[in-house]
Design a protein around this ligand. Structure first.
Ligand SMILES: [Zn+2]
Length: 341
């Protein structure tokens, strides 16, 4: 079980869900961004990875994922696109095989975590054999550069792009650098991908990690004009950022994602003078908490994100049908199109 404090859940989280979210959310959700991996896939503790992470779970099994959805969204049906935890401390091949075993292409879809040296032929065969809808590349595998020097094209390889372009596959992209989506190298690489590999469907995870209005506005000036770029809203907890993306992007290219296990952490994240800060109910090395245990009345980061999405939708006058497109139809249509060139 990746959600703890079940009495607190009933008293606080469930009450927030009932009062603010249950009636507003559609009956069916599609989560385009979620993770699963098993304890036996971990070669070392997750916390020993060089990349900074904002969660506590050392593993999330398929069963725990379904339990988490049942607690986060009681009464709703959740379909999802799941992938492994793309870290060097994880056995990538074993994790990929576990994901492939969950895929039914009805309710559960999945992405393949590629190796940086895999050829286009190898990748195309992996996608076919596993029934995946695309790739989840990640910067952690670029171990020979400082984190802040890593470019998108260092881990989104030409082989991945060729296969994704040829087969109309998704690429779930976590953009690098503390300068985030509007970083000039990031925008240059996205423009190159759009020009040369228009068949690839690139999802900018976490709203491109541009968790403030100035960051997202600068990025959208470029990204909104690129025809094969999409956004998921996982971890975006600022209504003004959601609102900017919804206002500027074509309506079918925005979708819900949870980034479980992150959505199950009780707390909130925001930008402070260019730095991402997390406040959490429990104390972690990577967060600010109270010196008195259990004092902070936090709810799930996943709820803070849906609250931000709700505020943005209300400001933009979204109807129930618009909300359903955002939380279900868009992702479902995109995943159905994956594999079609
Ligand atoms: Zn993620």
């Amino acid at each position: 079980m990746i959600i703890d404090e079940l009495e607190y859940y009933q008293a606080v989280d469930r009450a927030i869900y009932a009062a603010e979210l249950a009636d507003w959310l559609p009956a069916r959700l599609f989560d385009i961004h979620t993770h699963a991996w098993l304890p036996q896939h971990c070669r070392q503790p997750i916390s020993s990875e060089r990349v900074g992470l904002v969660f506590e779970a050392e593993s999330v099994s398929r069963e725990e994922l379904d339990e988490a959805y049942a607690l986060l969204f009681p009464g709703k049906t959740v379909e999802y696109c799941v992938f492994g935890m793309p870290l060097t401390v994880i056995d990538r091949e074993a994790n990929n095989a576990y994901i492939a075993a969950q895929i039914d292409r009805q309710r559960v879809y999945g992405l393949h975590i590629p190796g940086l040296d895999d050829s286009a032929e190898v990748l195309a065969e992996r996608i076919r054999a596993g029934g995946y809808s695309g790739f989840k590349p990640y910067l952690s595998y670029v171990t020979w550069k400082d984190l802040e020097d890593i470019r998108i094209i260092d881990f989104v390889t030409q082989s991945q792009l060729e296969v994704a372009h040829a087969h109309g596959l998704l690429i779930m992209l976590h953009v690098p650098r503390n300068t985030r989506l509007p970083d000039p190298d990031n925008l240059r690489d996205l423009e190159m991908i759009a020009a040369r590999y228009p068949g690839a469907k690139v999802i900018l995870a976490h709203g491109g990690r541009a968790y403030s209005r100035p960051l997202i506005d600068r990025a959208l000036a470029v990204v909104a004009a690129l025809p094969n770029m999409y956004f998921d809203f996982s971890n975006v907890q600022q209504a003004e950022v959601v609102e900017a993306i919804l206002a500027r992007m074509p309506p079918e290219r925005v979708m819900y994602g949870s980034d479980i296990p992150v959505a199950t952490v009780r707390g909130t994240m925001f930008m402070l003078n260019g730095q991402r800060v997390a406040i959490t109910r429990k104390p972690f090395p990577w967060s600010i908490s109270s010196a008195r245990p259990g004092q902070l009345r936090c709810t799930f980061m996943g709820y803070e994100q849906v609250r931000a999405m709700k505020t943005a939708c209300e400001r933009l006058g979204y109807t129930a049908a618009d909300v359903q497109r955002l939380f279900y139809d868009n992702a479902r249509a995109l995943i159905d199109s994956a594999g079609r060139p």
